[in-house]
Design a binder for this molecule. Structure first.
Ligand code: ARG
Length: 455
């Protein structure tokens, strides 16, 4: 009979038992469940709600249960309703009446959200650590490619010259924002719900502030209905993770393009690409495609959670048991994607010559050519027109700005002189962009150093 079976005359139908059970996914937080119970029972003893000796014995036995699960000598029963019931049942099997005292002044409703918060707060720390490693990997790769000229794009059209390092460092900014979002989420999440009990608190003289201290929370929840029914923290985390995945998916998409025969900007290491079962020549960027695909799945987790919560009246409803698979899936997906992405990035080869070659072809120094005329006194709009016509002339005559003769320049405008060639050399165009955030190698180098200093 279930622990709640007293008012029932029949055992639960076995199909319903399977349907109702969450142990297959919530056994993940057995450690947090035990940690929470130890804090709770310590408080019950201290407040003399149960005898000190009972509190001590329960604590001791809970620790033993944890060790036994960890060593594999205690197997979690897959037919139990959930991890909370399993551990309490196990404790009671061992301690008899004393074990039955653990659940005084507590409900599974405040217990489950406590466990989930403890578990997810730890997962946030792991995610931050992984993102730090990812950022470091980007910085290292960028540092080796400070002078590698590549075309920067808008609308997927070659736009202005940048460096590969500058392009990579754009992603470190995104991942730093992701870390900052995770920290915010952790802060808002770190409020103790235990003591809300089923929905209406308790008449026992519990000390919620002691439990808060024991479990390292910053605050205690101020409304018991909200305490048990709030899942904002799952939604926030799923949203943070969706953004992490979106960032990973954007760089993945770029790597897919760059590794195509059309671009050939990079080559993935053999250990991080796959072949085709029929086309012998193929080398496919499967990892990046999977990251792009998994991003959609994580968005699904977020949307699922939003839909899960939108119609729920206060307080706890069993629908909320569905929160776990979604948020666990999001967390695990992000972790494995980051773990796989890092060594793939580290081993990726850069085809400098192809990048340089592409940069040569797209008139990406046309803005610099106009700026040259502006510096000689021409208003920008007029300069823009002169260079626009020059580009059109080049296209008609199979030339680029670098290969025009000085006579051709002079024909376009008298202000052009020999120094135009230096002015429009791509290296020089990049070098001159020393503005904060710009692609000049010295600027990017400083950006890398600033980030690495804080790692
Ligand atoms: N397994 C449940 C969940 O994950 C625990 C809470 C059950 N509470 C209840 N009143 N049935 O949400």
């Amino acid at each position: 009979m279930a622990l709640w079976g007293a008012r029932f005359k029949k055992e639960l139908n076995s199909k319903v038992n399977d349907f109702n059970s969450s142990i297959k996914f919530d056994s993940k937080f057995y450690k947090e469940d035990i940690e929470g119970s130890i804090a709770h029972v310590t408080m019950l003893g201290k407040q003399e709600i149960i005898e000190k000796e009972s509190s001590q014995s329960i604590k001791k036995e809970l620790k033993k249960i944890k060790e036994e699960i960890e060593s594999g000598s205690l197997i979690i029963d897959e037919t139990a309703e959930d991890i909370h019931m399993f551990i309490e049942t196990e404790l009671t099997k061992r301690l008899g009446d004393i074990g039955k005292k653990l659940h005084t002044a507590r409900s599974r409703n405040d217990q489950v959200t406590l466990d989930l918060k403890l578990y997810l707060r730890n997962q946030i720390d792991i995610l931050i650590e992984k993102l730090n490693c990812l950022i470091k990997a980007f910085c290292k790769k960028a540092d080796k490619n400070l002078d590698v000229v590549m075309p920067g794009y808008t609308h997927m059209q070659r736009a202005q010259p940048i460096t590969f390092a500058h392009h990579l460092m754009a992603y470190t900014e995104m991942f730093l924002r992701d870390i900052s979002r995770l920290k915010d989420t952790r802060k808002r999440m770190n409020v103790l719900p235990l003591g809300s009990c089923a929905l209406a608190g308790t008449t026992y003289n519990i000390d919620r502030y002691l439990v808060k201290e024991l479990l390292d929370f910053d605050e205690v929840t101020q409304n018991s209905l909200d305490g048990v029914s709030d899942r904002d923290y799952c939604l926030e985390l799923a949203s943070d993770i969706s953004m992490i995945m979106m960032h990973l998916s954007r760089i993945s998409e770029e790597i897919i393009l760059w590794s195509s025969w059309e671009f050939k900007f990079i080559e993935l290491d053999d250990a991080f690409s796959t072949g085709s079962s029929i086309m012998p020549q193929k080398k496919n960027p499967d990892i990046t495609e999977l990251i792009r695909g998994k991003t959609g799945r994580v968005y699904g987790d977020l949307i699922g959670l939003l839909n899960l919560m939108k119609g729920l009246p206060l307080a706890y409803n069993k629908d909320m048991q569905e929160d776990k698979e979604a948020i666990f899936d999001a967390v695990e997906t992000a972790k494995i994607c980051i773990d796989t992405f890092i060594p793939m990035l580290e081993t990726m080869k850069i085809n400098k010559n192809n990048m340089r070659e592409s940069a040569n072809k797209g008139f990406i120094n046309a803005t610099d050519c106009s700026d040259y005329l502006v510096k000689k006194g021409m208003p920008f709009r007029d300069a823009y027109k002169v260079v626009g016509e020059l580009v059109s002339y080049c296209i008609d005559n199979g030339k680029v700005l670098e290969t025009l003769s000085i006579e051709e320049y002079k024909n376009a405008n008298e202000l052009f002189e020999e120094d135009i060639y230096k002015e429009i050399s791509l290296e020089n165009c990049i070098e001159k962009r020393k503005v904060v955030g710009g692609p000049a190698p010295s600027t990017v180098k400083k950006h890398i150093e600033d980030i690495m200093k804080n790692m």
